[in-house]
Design a protein around this ligand. Sequence first.
Ligand code: MLT
Ligand code: MN
Ligand code: ZN
Length: 303
Amino acid sequence: MKIRVLGSGAGGGFPQWNCNCNNCRRIRRKEMNGRARTQSSIAVSTDQANWLLINASPDIRAQLEAFPAIQPKQGVRDTGIRAILLIDSQIDHTTGLLMLREGRPLEIYCTEMVRQDLTTGFPVFNMLAHYCTVNHHPVPTDGGSFTIPGIHDLRFYTQALKSKAPPYSPHRHDPHEGDNIGLIIEQISTGKKLFYSPGLGEIEPHVLEAMLQADCVMVDGTFWTDEEMCTQQISHKKAREIGHLPQSGEGGMIEVLNSVAKARKLLIHINNTNPILDDDSAERKQLDACGIEVAYDGLEIDL
Ligand code: MLT
Ligand code: MN
Ligand code: ZN
């Protein structure tokens, strides 16, 4: 399967429009060895003609323009996007749906909880219905599998994650199974598996099991430390409180990834405050030493 990283940044992207943090300031001034990043999303395909879009970022327009394989090929209106899978209803994963309103019917795969958020707190499905057809396809939360018409040779397994619904959700403070899911994508003919989870607050046993089985894991790279946004005086919220396991320290993502020996390991959904955005940083060298890659916009993986 081919995996295209359309965007690799967290909510806000890098640099973020109103941010003057060490990273954002330096990348704007070209004083940093690093890359700008749009908000996270990937696309997968086995034939490079029919693509599944995983999450729809607010930056989708630029992401599609940067990726010829998914662009119109025939007729006056066309796209390589056959379906869209949403892992949650966060703004940085769903706002891009509004940009797809000119299209043919949207085949959207997401949990019932995400569907509820997207018809209430952020009623994007209701809004889109005035422009194009939205066909919702429910997905399992128990690790059950399904296939998607038009997406050849891939099978999907989705499992609930312990996390939170977005701040706008009617049940923000009342977690439900299916607010967030982790995703395993298996190529049926080869058995190769990708585990994709850009927001992971906690490594539950079923998450570790999925990571151990995968040939490639692409997981939450939001923050380096739990206090990152506090020490930079951006927010009082700690990484874990908002559903992101930091990379460093005991029980952090590096430790977890080190225990998943066979897989190719990548971090995605990198927040603009994270020192790993600087290719020359000590933190980045620490990742290099562990064989952990940092995803970037435009990266393609053949699995
Ligand atoms: C998150 O993953 O925590 C979000 O990116 C936050 C946001 O979109 O504001
Ligand atoms: Mn996010
Ligand atoms: Zn910043």
